[in-house]
Design a protein around this ligand. Structure first.
Ligand SMILES: *[C@@H]1O[C@H](CO)[C@@H](O)[C@H](O)[C@H]1NC(C)=O
Ligand SMILES: *[C@@H]1O[C@H](CO)[C@@H](O)[C@H](O)[C@H]1NC(C)=O
Ligand SMILES: *[C@@H]1O[C@H](CO)[C@@H](O)[C@H](O)[C@H]1NC(C)=O
Ligand SMILES: *[C@@H]1O[C@H](CO)[C@@H](O)[C@H](O)[C@H]1NC(C)=O
Length: 509
């Protein structure tokens, strides 16, 4: 039998883990599960109960909404035309994901009457164009938001609709475009805003990482501490609020899921399988996280980029978000996590070797962020040489490219063996990392509630409390975890002590 390469094996396992996961419901799920076995519609069928929520959460830059009536023959004839265009932009097989979200609303349904009135639908079918969030607030009385929503005057066939879109966006989409062949995202490598969409990929990568851990039973007595430390880091510094919340929920239940005093293998196995069941109800970033919907991290082939790209973005963003005093602990948490839980053997060992070569402790966020940056570049350099089937559209490059951060470069020189040596202005690199993986990455959250945190940590705490699973933790254990989690950020600490109080009340009442 041919030995499977570590990378192949990794993706094989990843595939397995993706298949096990059940289909989730919710607005984000609608954005994704647009084509099932019998290829249902690519455009999302919305009604007044989910219209606002789905549009507000759409990662796409634009939306088209078709208002129609199911009894209208012209609408029925029009449907295949609209679908042809929708398949380009919607669903897991879309050639151009993340650009336009396409939906329809049946105005002949009673519950949609008010919704259709809001948009002054005058005839069927009628198409509107605008930013998704403006549709979501389409009813705002001021009318301000409405000014960004326009009727599409010429969309009577698929060709004409796509023409209209191309004119509007200055694009050249074609009805024959296929998935992975026509990448819109990397076209402008010098646009820092590209990272904005990566927040969804970071959520997906986080979910994948934990699914792999649970599905492959990677939590053992010797790796348990490493998991706890990484969760603590996530609770305080994950760029996505709902992942912070989910991490906290897992953290507070760690003692139940994986008791530390297990010696016998059978007991351990029992606990782990029990843990897995419990975890299905947790889901580290919530139930509505996209799957297979990589946007920023989408490779030009199905098995490239994706997960590893998302994970790197997560690590970089953690590294710029920690405070100076936490930087060394964050370093350990990240290194141990990769060492114990990254399933690609080769990458794991290589990464850990670079961790081990660090001799003095990090005292500044600056140093940690730059260390991770240079490590990532070393990995890329290695892969430039070693990777068997690199993604042709995304060659591994020294990062950030000059176009993205001109001031990061002091000088470049080409060695006789072909390698390019760059002399970096490290302070500029750090500034760039902070902007890119810090502020920029978070700025995309359409649902503004998800980012608002400064000054309102009280509500973060309340939310987290309200949704927490009611598994009771022994008081002593809860206290120990509460103290441990104070290592990372006051929010996590406060949250944990609140949690502890609540749980002890429950136990004693
Ligand atoms: C509105 O849409 C939701 C989600 O697709 C669906 O569950 C619900 O049944 C719809 N309501 C009506 C009245 O069709
Ligand atoms: C790429 O992005 C940069 C920075 O936003 C912008 O200045 C430039 O005009 C863009 N180039 C193209 C071809 O769109
Ligand atoms: C961080 O501080 C410790 C103790 O103060 C010191 O030993 C270490 O060399 C410092 N590390 C760096 C990278 O400056
Ligand atoms: C190329 O040369 C540089 C220094 O001259 C060296 O650091 C680097 O490892 C060499 N690369 C390869 C692939 O041999």
């Amino acid at each position: 039998m041919m030995p499977m390469s570590p990378i192949l094996l990794f993706f094989f396992l990843l595939l397995l883990s993706l298949q096990v996961s059940s289909v989730s419901v919710g607005s984000r799920a609608i954005l994704r599960t647009l084509s099932g076995p019998d290829i249902p519609d690519a455009a999302a069928d919305l009604n007044s109960t989910n219209f606002d929520e789905v549009l507000r959460n759409s990662p796409a830059s634009f939306a088209i909404v078709e208002f129609f009536a199911h009894w209208c023959p012209a609408c029925r004839n029009y449907k295949p035309q609209y679908e042809k265009v929708a398949r380009l932009f919607n669903g897991p097989d879309a050639a151009h994901p993340g650009v336009i979200f396409m939906a329809r609303v049946d105005c002949a349904m009673k519950i949609n009457t008010k919704l259709c009135d809001k948009f002054s639908v005058g005839h069927y079918p009628m198409l509107f164009w605008g930013p998704p969030s403006k549709f979501a607030s389409g009813g705002s009385e001021t009318g301000q938001d409405k000014s960004e929503i326009h009727p599409i005057d010429d969309g009577r066939t698929a060709d004409r609709l796509l023409n209209w879109i191309n004119k509007k966006l200055g694009s050249s989409y074609n009805l024959d475009d296929e998935k992975y062949e026509n990448e819109h995202l990397p076209q402008n490598a010098s646009d820092p805003e590209q990272i904005v969409r990566a927040i969804y990929d970071v959520e997906e990568a986080t979910s994948n990482a934990f699914e792999i851990i649970f599905d492959h039973k990677l939590i053992k007595s010797e790796t348990r501490g490493s998991l706890i430390r990484f969760l603590q880091l996530l609770v305080a510094h994950h760029p996505s609020r709902r992942c912070r919340k989910g991490s906290a929920e897992i953290l507070v239940n760690v003692d139940d899921l994986w008791p530390s005093d297990l010696w016998s293998v059978t007991k351990q196995e029992a606990a782990i399988s029990q843990g897995k069941d419990a975890l299905q109800s947790f889901r580290i970033c919530g139930k509505d996280v996209p799957r297979g919907y990589w946007i920023f991290c989408r490779g030009s082939k199905p098995d490239t980029r994706g997960y590893s790209c998302g994970l790197w973005v997560l690590l970089h963003s953690l590294s710029v978000r920690v405070e100076d005093g936490e930087s060394h602990m964050a370093f350990f948490a990240i290194c141990d996590f990769i060492h114990n839980f990254f399933i690609c053997e080769d990458c794991r060992l290589h990464f850990y070797k670079m961790c081990s070569s660090v001799s003095s402790s990090f005292n500044k966020t600056h140093d940690l962020a730059l260390w991770l940056w240079s490590t990532h570049n070393k990995v890329n350099e290695r892969l430039m040489v070693e990777e068997a089937s690199p993604d042709p559209k995304f060659p591994k490059i020294i990062w950030p490219p000059k176009k993205l951060c001109p001031s990061c470069y002091l000088s470049t020189s080409k060695k006789s063996n072909g390698t390019i040596l760059v002399e970096w202005n490290k302070d500029e690199v750090f500034k760039f990392l902070v902007g890119y993986y810090g502020k920029m990455l978070e700025s995309s959250y359409k649902d503004k509630d998800l980012v608002r945190e400064g000054g309102s940590s009280g509500s973060l705490v309340d939310d987290a409390l309200a949704s927490t699973n009611a598994v009771a933790v022994p008081v002593g254990a809860a206290l120990a975890i509460a103290l441990a989690s104070c290592a990372f950020g006051a929010v996590a600490c406060y949250w944990r002590s609140q949690q502890k109080n609540r749980k002890s009340r429950r136990i004693w009442s």
